[in-house]
Design a protein around this ligand. Structure first.
Ligand SMILES: [Zn+2]
Length: 348
């Protein structure tokens, strides 16, 4: 290979900047990871290993507690998670239940009532929240074969039930904006979509990104007594002004930052203002398993003023070839984001 025919994917520029690396070995405050997945029994993950090993890894990373979103739809998986994790260390694990959308065609108009009953049963067993996966608004279909909108009024009973049971709803809709765009030379996530073609949900045939997000906004505003946590920075980390407007209108909305430091850290001025302004509404989360190297990147991003560093544990970051900048958050903001906001929501 000569320099003249270097392919773009082979390009590995090494920054010539002389910058500092202040990566914290441990977080400044104990951390609640409010968006993570502990996997299910039989998947070779933490559910199949002794709990003590997981606790050692959490202690090493300074993780006080984990919100596990893998509680499944019914009793069986939830019980496995409660038995394996929560029973052994009740203060360190919170497990979320879910909705089995595949039952809608069979149950028809009684679906919401059934889903609300399932949620009641899950909470009775020990679930402490409801996870809504991104299929809603994108793939979930009703008994007429119609796509179900995120704010479909037929689901109101489910959101009301969450409010009544006082459990938060962690909701992820849509995906990065670029996943809805054509897969062409202008797509900023071309490499990621090339590696994961199933993640591409082009509009059309899929709904437009903003159609889904506007439905999320209507949903959150229509249910002021239900606490929603918008996953991945309110599902729109690319547009903090949009998320800010919704946070202003909806005091019942929180956001987590899971898997979005690549977005936040390349708009560090806007991101820092966002954290300072909404310090009471932002939850720490990673979505990256229980992994010390990943946690340290998050701590570096939130705590330091380090410049132009990789936001991924891999040399070529998965989401795109950019670099991020630290937010050097003040101690009071940091503690809220790291743990106090989560304890307010889950500590009951
Ligand atoms: Zn997740």
């Amino acid at each position: 290979m000569s320099a003249a025919d270097l392919e773009l994917y082979e390009f590995r520029p090494r920054s010539a900047l002389v910058t500092q690396d202040h990566t914290p070995q441990r977080p400044r405050f104990p951390v609640v990871d409010a968006h993570n997945h502990l996997g299910s029994v039989g998947s070779g993950g933490w559910a199949d290993r002794p709990l003590a090993e997981l606790l050692v890894s959490m202690d090493e990373a300074g993780i006080q507690a984990i919100i596990d979103l893998d509680g499944g739809w019914g009793e069986e998986i939830l019980n496995q998670h409660l038995d394996h994790f929560k029973a052994g260390a009740p203060d360190r694990f919170y497990h979320f239940g879910g909705v089995d959308w595949s039952k809608w065609p069979e149950l028809g108009n009684s679906f919401a009532e059934w889903a609300a009953t399932r949620l009641r049963a899950q909470v009775r067993l020990g679930a402490q929240g409801l996870k809504v996966w991104k299929g809603l608004g994108l793939q979930v279909r009703d008994h007429h074969g119609q796509l179900v909108a995120v704010d479909d009024p037929r689901l109101d009973l489910l959101w009301q039930t969450a409010a009544e049971l006082q459990v938060p709803v962690l909701i992820h809709v849509a995906d990065p904006v670029a996943f809805f765009d054509p897969l062409d030379r202008y797509n900023e996530r071309w490499e990621e979509l090339h590696a994961e073609p199933d993640w591409h949900v082009p509009h059309p045939p899929y709904p437009a990104f903003l159609t889904i997000l506007e439905a999320l906004a209507r949903l959150v505003l229509r249910h002021p007594h239900t606490t929603f946590i918008g996953a991945h920075v309110g599902c729109y980390a690319e547009n903090l002004a949009w998320v800010s407007r919704l946070l202003d209108q909806a005091p019942n909305l929180y956001v987590d930052i899971a898997a979005r430091i690549g977005e936040l850290g390349r708009q560090p001025y806007a991101a820092r203002r966002f954290f300072l302004q909404y310090a009471d509404r932002i939850l720490f989360g990673t979505d990256m398993g229980v992994d010390l190297a990943w946690y340290r990147i998050y701590y570096r991003f939130l705590e330091t003023d380090d410049e132009y560093f990789n936001y991924d544990v891999n040399e070529i970051p998965g989401q795109g070839r950019w670099r991020i900048y630290g937010l050097y958050l003040p101690a009071d903001v940091l503690e809220k984001v790291y743990r106090l906001n989560a304890l307010k929501l889950f500590g009951k």
